[in-house]
Design a protein. Sequence first.
Length: 108
Amino acid sequence: MKTLSVTSLYTCGHCKRQLPPEAFYTVRKTQRPSNYCKECRKAISRRQRTAEKTHLLDAPTLPLSYPVITDIEEKELRMRLIMKAIRFVQESVERKRRNEALRMMNEE
């Protein structure tokens, strides 16, 4: 007894070639072949990644809204800014410790 093997061909939505199901990725939700063949899908993905990379490199850098301390040439101003930053961090740490102590007292 002979069995007939019927292989259906799918058409790629990009290159319009008719290919066997093995030439397509499978969509997880539907368990059916994707609209684009593997070759076209890979080529499209490569183009998109390249375009994203060049877009990020070509994007204009926005000016900073604050001074970068290490870029300041004047030593006195740079030292004042460093000291202000240190005080700011110390105050923040003290505030967090006080709040943590209050929270611990309220839990007891």
